[in-house]
Design a protein around this ligand. Structure first.
Ligand code: ATP
Length: 226
């Protein structure tokens, strides 16, 4: 489904061009549960920004569902992102003056879904992440684990093809982190959602079915989980 071919990424630093990603070639199939590990500064965020259609300034080819997206117009590229990717972040990125239901509804509102359907889908998805009945709560009144569940609900409400989670357990204690990982695994198993998780935490890494390791912008290992 995701097929990267010889991806090279450069950043301009003043007059100089710095080579950040080196010849990344990688396939991820529908339904995979993949972790990406690597030291700070190794290029993980740079890579997921490319995989998640946030960045298109690179050399190489990205074939998504048999289509080389390198030649897409910006409009088509944005549509591709909105339709296919859900993002989860370490610090949740919820809007505190909106209720839980309003936060989760945002992607559907942007997509022009009718209000009645929005309400129904938001309730369904909150139920799925274990937060049924929390529609009217305010994010800041919830625990970290609950806030991360809200952000996962927001990421999956549009039925994306794949989820990208950047250090999703980074701000959570180990018990809560285990619960969030169980939720990701459940979404992967029951809904066949492809999930890509960036993590520093070896405990998280070893729960993945497949683990990619990046070092200095190079993919140095691609292994099956334990
Ligand atoms: N916008 C930018 N302009 C210039 N250099 C950048 C930019 N973004 C990242 N870099 C550099 O690219 C390299 C890879 O950064 P990246 O954020 O992808 O690493 P990372 O593995 O995600 O790190 P971390 O685990 O700390 O988030 C680093 O050397 C960083 O300084």
């Amino acid at each position: 489904m995701i097929s990267l071919k010889n991806i090279n990424k450069y950043y301009k630093q003043g007059e100089q061009e710095v080579h950040i990603l080196h010849d990344i070639t990688l396939d991820i199939q529908q339904g995979e549960f993949v972790g990406i590990m690597g030291q700070s500064g190794s290029g993980k965020s740079t890579l997921i920004n490319i995989i998640g259609f946030l960045d298109r300034e690179y050399k190489g080819d990205y074939v998504f569902k048999e289509d080389n997206i390198v030649h897409y117009t910006n409009k088509k590229f944005t549509y591709l992102r909105n339709k296919n990717v859900g993002f989860v972040f370490q610090n949740f990125k919820l809007i505190n003056n909106l209720s839980v239901a309003e936060n989760v509804a945002l992607p559907l509102m942007y997509a022009g879904v009718k209000k009645k359907e929005v309400t129904q889908r938001v309730s369904e998805v909150l139920e799925k992440v274990g937060l049924g009945g929390y529609e009217k709560s305010i994010p800041s009144q919830l625990s970290g684990g609950q806030q991360q569940r809200v952000s996962i609900a927001r990421a999956i409400v549009g039925n994306p093809t794949f989820l990208i989670a950047d250090e999703p357990t980074g701000a959570l204690d180990s018990q809560t982190s285990a619960e969030i990982m169980a939720l990701f695994k459940q979404l992967n198993t029951l809904n066949h959602t492809t999930i890509i998780i960036v993590t520093h935490d070896p405990n998280v890494g070893k729960q993945m079915d497949r683990l990619l390791t990046i070092l200095d912008g190079r993919l140095i290992s691609d292994t099956e989980g334990e």
